[in-house]
Design a protein around this ligand. Structure first.
Ligand code: PAF
Length: 308
């Protein structure tokens, strides 16, 4: 695996592959890679199919998507371990730029990309400015790599919708693949932030997945959404989580569902355990109708809706 740090080197490398007829896949990350990330690399390669195809990963802890009181400074940075893992999983090229390379005019003077509507609720409410940072850096990265396929994890479900909307609005010819959530044995969704948890908290954090499963069961049993949400919050707070939200939403829009709606729904939770904020989600109805709904959004899902 080659490693480049500048836009010029990245462009030259990708251009040479393209001259040889390769298709290019892309997995953007913030590093501190775990098996969830490595599954994205594997999926990226299989999504493209051909042997001559190439996979680029980026590692960039993007300052503009962190709020002033968030963990930008202490976000775990493990470059040597990440490089070894990417190479072992078949990544061809790592782009690991400095902040100045991505924001040549400085962070305050940089172009900002805002995706309306889908950025607004949930994470948008609890992390003001977060999705402007994500959309801006993803646009820059797409512009540099110009991939045919890009893979994003479904753990950050709202991010996936934001990226998909961005891509369609800017008419970027990139296929987005939403990768299944990879979980620990206790159901905890893999995340770089899990390492902030103590061993006891890590065990307890599996309750988020239990709460999501309870929400799924509740909706499928016809329990009103408000009750489903109230029960999930009570479960979490009993285990000393501080819940930002535990909601059932329309999977396509993240808007509140109609009272009788039973199709195309997703349960989403964000909750803090000690000082660590965790997010997770679970589609409610695991049937072909939901898959079609997702696909009309032009997001393809590998192994759809079977992420348990
Ligand atoms: O999901 C992430 O790791 C980040 O939000 C992303 C997409 C790499 C942008 O910085």
């Amino acid at each position: 695996m080659d490693i480049v740090t500048t836009a010029a080197e990245l462009r030259a490398r990708v251009a040479a592959w393209r001259r040889d007829g390769a298709r290019v896949g892309f997995v953007p990350t913030m590093g501190n890679l775990h098996n969830g990330h490595f599954s994205l690399i594997t999926l990226c390669r299989s999504a493209m199919g051909g042997r001559a195809d190439r996979v680029v990963a980026s590692i960039f802890v993007n300052p503009t998507q962190f709020g002033p009181n968030e963990d930008y400074a202490r976000y775990p940075r493990t470059p040597a371990q990440d490089q070894a893992g990417l190479a072992a999983h078949g990544c061809d090229l790592l782009f690991a730029p400095a902040v100045e390379e991505m924001y040549p005019f400085g962070i305050g003077q940089s172009v900002r990309v805002e995706v309306p509507i889908v950025s607004v609720p949930l994470e948008g409410e609890h992390r003001p400015g977060h999705f402007v940072g994500v959309a801006s850096v993803v646009t820059k990265l797409f512009n540099l790599v110009q991939p045919d396929v890009a893979v994003f994890g479904r753990k950050d479900y709202q991010q996936l919708l934001v990226v998909e909307r961005l891509l369609r609005d800017l008419r970027l010819p990139i296929e987005i693949v939403g990768a299944p959530i990879v979980r620990e044995a206790n159901g905890l969704a893999m995340s770089s932030r899990n390492q902030y948890l103590s061993p006891a908290e890590r065990e307890r954090a599996g309750l988020i997945h239990v709460a999501l499963l309870a929400m799924q069961d509740g909706v499928n049993a016809g329990t009103p959404f408000a009750d489903v949400e109230r029960i999930a919050v009570a479960m979490l707070e009993k285990a000393r989580f501080v819940t930002d939200y535990a909601v059932v939403r329309s999977a396509q829009t993240l808007l509140e569902p109609e009272p009788g709606q039973r199709c195309g729904l997703i349960a989403l939770i964000a909750a803090k355990l000690g000082g660590t904020r965790l997010i997770d989600n679970l589609p409610i109805d695991e049937n072909a109708a939901v898959r079609r709904l997702f696909e009309t959004n032009h997001v393809s899902f590998a192994n759809p809706l079977t992420n348990l």
